[in-house]
Ligand binder design. Sequence first.
Ligand SMILES: NC(=O)c1ccc[n+]([C@@H]2O[C@H](COP(=O)([O-])OP(=O)(O)OC[C@H]3O[C@@H](n4cnc5c(N)ncnc54)[C@H](OP(=O)(O)O)[C@@H]3O)[C@@H](O)[C@H]2O)c1
Length: 395
Amino acid sequence: MCSPHAMFVMSLKGALSQKTFSRFWCHAQRRFYSANAIKMSAWQVYEYGGLDQLSLSTTARAATIKHPTEMLVKIHAASINPLDIRMMAGYGRNLLNVMRKQRDTLNHGTEFPLTLGRDFSGTVVEVGRRITRFKVGDEVWGAIGAFRPGTHAEYTLTSQSEISKKPSNLTHVEAASVPYVAATTWAALKTVGQLDHTKVHGQRILVLAGSGGIGTFAIQLAKAWGMHVTTTCSSDAAELVASLGADDVIDYTRTQVWSELQHREKFEYILDPLGGEVTDKAAKFLSPWKNSKLITLNFPLLKNSDEMGVVPGLFKSAISAGFATLKGLQSGGSVRWAAFNPNGQALDTVRRLVEQDKIRPVVQKVYPFLEAQSAYKTVNEGHLRGKVVLDLKPA
Ligand SMILES: NC(=O)c1ccc[n+]([C@@H]2O[C@H](COP(=O)([O-])OP(=O)(O)OC[C@H]3O[C@@H](n4cnc5c(N)ncnc54)[C@H](OP(=O)(O)O)[C@@H]3O)[C@@H](O)[C@H]2O)c1
């Protein structure tokens, strides 16, 4: 027996051509879902610019599940990353708008109002039909694609491939500090750097800028894999990075990093969040014998497509990748770029390491959700020691 609803849809399908029916059906579903969308508070920007663009909307609408592989999560905490400040100024807009269009995440043809924020810790409140790994009520952590409306809001839409179960030994605030830096470090070392963690015990890695969000996570991940970690940071952060397991700490404010490195053995891996001339200088310290790799997070694709348009930007980035490879070959190793990529499976592994106390969150400061403007200011000022997190728990 067909329901009256199914009979109505079938007779409509018969009466209209396939194309007209699909258009009508998409439109009707969108109207239905937006009318039923949850109202929420979200920090948003209405045009690109500085920190003063950020404003709190209490009538924002949570994105609704449009695909059976999506789910809705109520956010309890979310971190702020340097990427959020850059996206507020328009970073990545050209390429991201192409992705938003493809993934149907634009609002009536525009990215505004734009909600920033990439990672979160929260509870699943609704699941699409094809979600198999999660159910309503699960506590999860994750980092979502940059094409999605962000996590500095009460709800976010996500998918199975972007999230994982939250570590049981962390609070939501602690958990929210990890997913974005974890997914980025994973993309750099495992996906791009092809590091096999079962074979790197005792190998040497240089983690540049060890005191920030990426550095504090990367040091601990490399130590969990049994690597020997050298890192750079300023004087006041030396104790912190040593407490995370760094074996050799170079204070870049008191010594000349490149002359210090002359006295050390060379490295199988270098993780470079700084980019620019640092990449060229650091590449000289790759070990020439062991298929060594420098991975830089100074990924030029979004910047090039902002400046030149998407296609010329892709072209220029491909040429720059060729030059970087040549420079790497001169040093006897390989120089590669990496960028953040959502990765729920990587978070599964990281969760186990956190639950085994091999990785701990490093949170510099927690701000209540309503004080997000101060939190963004702190991130914008730099010199971070770990992460800045927004707590959405009601005061
Ligand atoms: N491509 C991607 O997808 C991607 C993803 C994540 C991050 N990134 C990039 O990676 C960089 C780091 O990210 P993050 O989240 O770790 O930033 P962060 O939390 O702001 O940390 C940066 C850290 O670097 C330190 N620092 C600055 N200059 C340094 C130097 N010359 N030598 C050693 N340390 C230095 C800073 O402290 P002091 O200034 O006090 O020394 C701070 O602790 C950012 O530029 C970000 O854009 C790229």
